[in-house]
Design a protein around this ligand. Structure first.
Ligand SMILES: [Zn+2]
Ligand SMILES: [Zn+2]
Length: 214
């Protein structure tokens, strides 16, 4: 569990709340630009490429049970349009708010009393470790929420031609004479039938021949 992994203050997504102190109401704002960690975004859909800058704006507020972290991450996400498959870029703004509890803020008595009920909640709780917290999981969740599941290059992207795969936005008048192709097939069929009547009158269709003779 993350609680056991010691935080490294050199990790750019680890923040130290030491200067904030534990007096409730104390407030600290900070900004930091970090390199995007690996796989930040919705895998296979859209995300912030690893190593590209993510601007973070944080507001740390000391509260009774820990530090309330509110902030925004800004970055450029890259992906491709789900309709026309063209590469696209998106200015991403991901807001987040998370409570990091003091490890000793946990009420042990209550914890033991109804461990069953609280087990799930405790799994989700994030804790300060040596007055530090790791923003990475919070940022990851916020980025995923802020990104579109179905990114499009433009709201009305017409997508690709279902027949030849051409990008319709590049060629609004693009069309295939689908109707004409069917017509041609019908005309071809009609032609064959006429040919049949002419060249093979004695042939296949006695019913037709009878009609014709009457
Ligand atoms: Zn598109
Ligand atoms: Zn086409």
């Amino acid at each position: 569990m993350a609680l056991n992994a010691r935080l490294d203050h050199r990790n750019p997504l680890v923040f130290d709340t030491h200067e904030l102190g534990r007096r409730p109401g104390a407030l600290r704002r900070l900004t930091r630009t970090v390199d995007a960690p690996k796989d930040l975004g919705i895998q296979g859909v859209i995300g912030v490429p690893e190593g590209t800058p993510v601007e973070l704006e944080l507001r740390l507020e000391s509260v009774m049970e820990g530090v309330l972290v509110t902030g925004t991450g800004r970055a450029v996400a890259k992906g491709e349009c789900v309709r026309c498959l063209e590469p696209l870029e998106l200015e991403l703004e991901a807001d987040f708010q998370e409570m990091f509890s003091y490890p000793d803020a946990d009420d042990r008595g209550r914890h033991h009393a109804d461990a069953g009920d609280d087990a799930e909640d405790d799994e989700d709780r994030l804790f300060l470790e040596d007055s530090m917290f790791d923003l990475e999981p919070v940022l990851r969740d916020a980025v995923v929420l802020a990104l579109p599941m179905q990114p499009v290059c433009q709201d009305d992207c017409p997508g690709l031609c279902s027949q030849c795969g051409a990008r319709l936005a590049d060629d609004p008048d693009h069309h295939h004479d689908a109707v004409d192709i069917r017509w041609a097939a019908l005309q071809g069929l009609a032609g064959t039938m006429r040919d049949g009547e002419k060249d093979d009158k004695s042939g296949a269709e006695p019913g037709v021949d009878e009609k014709q003779e009457k």
